[in-house]
Structure formats: structure tokens, C-alpha cells
Ligand binder design. Structure first.
Ligand SMILES: NC(=O)c1ccc[n+]([C@@H]2O[C@H](COP(=O)([O-])OP(=O)(O)OC[C@H]3O[C@@H](n4cnc5c(N)ncnc54)[C@H](O)[C@@H]3O)[C@@H](O)[C@H]2O)c1
Length: 333
């Protein structure tokens, strides 16, 4: 299968974003920059709000002159209010967040970004007549360790990290703001997203795929945290982008939570082998201590998203990894 990293058929929502004003928070980050690129190529008028704590202008270099980029924080209520008044977005894609590792290091800041930041946005949206829907980036981390397989959206939520707690609280604010104020929203629970531009910083919560890739290409051993038997659903970034765009235009699926993942499950030992095979590089594998707050097994059902949103995961790990390595190598790694 030949796939460019940005190959995302958009017939499903063609023309629906033409001329539409949208706000993307966290739009200079890994997933947010891909969402922004695809919105721009679908004709949207995009404002990005990002505090650049993890994001970068380089992530948006292909479209820098076609978007408005505002460096600032969702925690700043005055700023959020001004930007919403100026841009009048019809859709808000909310991706700004800190990651799981950072949430353990600084849970207060995690709450500020994920809960106060969300409240700032939905309180200001409530006053505006322009915003039709709020598309929220949630996470499979809301569930904690699964008790039932596969895990549907009604599975009990029992997060094992401050990050998961804040994502769960955010989902609840959205549900209650819908009851109280008729806020239209959709929460997308992503699982282990990977692809070009993902952070590989080991001590500040980079993903396992970019960390392994960097180590492989630098001739360093791969260090597996814990037993390596942790099972993950590695979801290629364009599948997540498509879920955002489908969610935004498909009113029938609004006001609910959806698992967004691939249907393949892979443990970390298998991932390490597959990555060595894909990169055609062999390196020793070592085992380190387990990560705090880590869930052992993810096994989500995406049936609801398939049925109601028309979502389907399209890129398998065997197809996605070569695209990712190609991107790394063409960017000098
Ligand atoms: N990557 C994954 O596997 C994964 C899985 C589940 C959920 N998610 C969610 O998807 C979203 C995007 O994640 P990502 O992987 O692209 O991470 P990322 O760190 O690359 O992107 C997050 C962006 O938010 C920005 N940001 C952080 N705090 C901010 C603030 N106070 N105000 C404005 N911007 C701020 C960062 O600078 C960054 O650009 C997040 O909400 C994340 O929780 C990601």
C-alpha cells in the first residue's frame, strides 16, 4: 500500500468546510497540526491558539501563510473571549492539553489546562451565537484498566492518572453544559496516536513509537517500560484527523462520547520487533521499571463511531510505520 503521510480522502466532508471559520486549540501540536492542515486543504478559515509549550511553528510550516496563529493559553479567559469574539468560529476543535506524564509531575497545571481551559472555552461559546459545535479531544485514559472486552463507551470510567481524571471531568462538563445550555459537543476518545511530528521526548511523555524510532535510528537500545506485555491500539494520525472532521459535520453523532482507535492490538514487545523490521535496523531490547499510572491493556470497540459517524480506521500499523520512518528520514533523523 502506498500512502503519503497526509493522504486522507476527504470526499466524506468535501466542501463542508469551505469558507468556514474554525478555531483549533493546540493546533501547533502533533495531532492539532494535522487537523489544521486538513481543515485548510478543505477550505476552512483557521485560527490556531497554542501556548507553544509542546507545539511549534515548524509543525504548521506547510500552511503558515494560510492560517492565523495566536500564541497564548486557553487558561487566559480574557484572551479566549477576545479570540472568540474576533474570529467567530463556527466549530471549535479543542486539542490543547498536557500529556499523561506531565499530569503526574504537575497535576494542578493539568487541571488548569484541561478543566479551566475547557470551561473558559465553553463559557465563552455559550455567550456566542456563532459556534455550532465543540469537538473535544478526550482519551481512552478515561476508562483506566478495562474490566470488559471489548470496551464500549458505556464501560465504567475509572482513570489511573490525573490526565485521565481531567479528561473524564471535561466530558462531564460537556454533558452538563449540553443539559443546561444546549451546548452541542462531541468527545473523541483517542488511543495511542502516532505519525509524523509526534514528540519523542522520553522524560516528558513522548509516545512509545517516536521514542523507539529515535533510539533505533540513533543505534541506541530500545528500553521497554515494564513487562512489554502492555497491549495498545496504535492509531495512525490521519484516522484521528478524519474522526474530527467527520464528527464536526455529522450532526447525528453530536452530544456523545466515541472511541477512536484502530482495531488492531499490539503489545510493546511485538511493536519493538515490527519497528526493527520496518526500519531494517537491529538494536538490543532492555527492560526498565513500569510507568506510573499506566494501563496494561487497551481493547476499545469502535462500533459506535463506525455506526454513527461513518468512522473507520484505515491505516494499519504495518502500513503506518513505513510512512512514519520515511518522514523521519526525510526530516534528517
Ligand atoms: N497522542 C495521543 O496518543 C493522544 C491520545 C489520546 C488523547 N490525545 C489528546 O489529543 C490532543 C492532542 O494531543 P497531541 O498528541 O497532539 O499532543 P501535543 O502535546 O503535540 O499537542 C497539544 C498541544 O496543546 C498545546 N497546549 C498545551 N497547553 C496549552 C494551553 N494551556 N493553551 C494552549 N495550548 C496548549 C501544546 O503546545 C501542544 O501544541 C490532546 O488533547 C491529547 O490529550 C492524544
Amino acid at each position: 500500500m502506498t500512502l503519503k503521510h497526509d493522504d486522507i480522502p476527504n470526499q466524506e466532508y468535501s466542501n463542508q468546510f469551505q469558507g468556514m471559520r474554525v478555531l483549533v486549540t493546540g493546533g501547533a501540536g502533533f495531532i492539532g497540526s494535522h487537523v489544521t492542515e486538513h481543515l485548510v486543504s478543505s477550505g476552512a478559515d483557521v485560527l490556531v491558539l497554542d501556548d507553544m509549550s509542546k507545539g511549534s511553528v515548524e509543525n504548521l510550516s506547510s500552511i503558515r501563510d494560510r492560517i492565523r496563529l495566536h500564541e497564548g493559553s486557553v487558561i487566559d479567559r480574557g484572551l479566549v473571549s477576545n479570540l472568540l469574539k474576533e474570529h467567530e468560529p463556527e466549530i471549535v476543535f479543542h486539542l490543547a492539553a498536557r500529556n499523561l506524564v506531565l499530569s503526574i509531575e504537575n497535576p494542578q497545571l493539568d487541571v488548569e489546562v484541561s478543566i479551566i481551559g475547557l470551561l473558559n472555552l465553553i463559557e465563552e461559546i455559550r455567550k456566542s451565537e456563532h459556534t455550532k459545535v465543540f469537538v473535544h479531544s478526550s482519551s481512552g485514559s478515561v476508562y483506566g484498566e478495562p474490566l470488559e472486552f471489548p470496551q464500549t463507551e458505556t464501560h465504567i470510567r475509572s482513570p489511573t492518572s490525573p490526565y485521565g481524571i481531567a479528561k473524564m471531568a471535561a466530558e462531564e462538563y460537556l454533558r452538563v453544559w449540553n443539559d443546561l445550555y444546549n451546548l452541542q459537543y462531541i468527545s473523541l476518545r483517542y488511543y495511542n496516536v502516532y505519525g509524523p511530528r509526534q514528540s519523542s521526548e522520553e522524560d516528558t511523555g513522548g509516545g512509545v513509537i517516536p521514542i523507539f524510532a529515535n533510539r533505533l535510528l540513533s543505534g541506541l537500545p530500545l528500553i521497554i517500560d515494564g513487562s512489554g506485555k502492555q497491549e495498545r491500539c496504535f492509531t495512525y494520525v490521519t484516522d484521528v484527523v478524519r474522526s474530527n472532521l467527520l464528527a464536526a459535520v455529522n450532526k447525528d453523532c453530536w452530544c456523545d462520547n466515541y472511541n477512536i482507535a484502530t482495531t488492531e492490538r499490539t503489545n510493546i514487545i511485538t511493536l519493538a520487533k515490527l519497528m526493527m523490521e520496518t526500519a531494517e535496523v537491529e538494536t538490543p531490547v532492555e527492560f526498565g521499571p513500569a510507568r506510573l499510572g499506566e494501563v496494561m491493556k487497551f481493547y476499545p470497540s469502535v462500533d459506535l463511531a463506525v455506526r454513527k459517524m461513518g468512522y473507520s480506521p484505515r491505516v494499519t500499523l504495518r502500513d503506518g510505520l513505513p510512512i512514519y520512518f520515511e518522514w523521519l528520514r526525510s526530516n534528517g533523523f
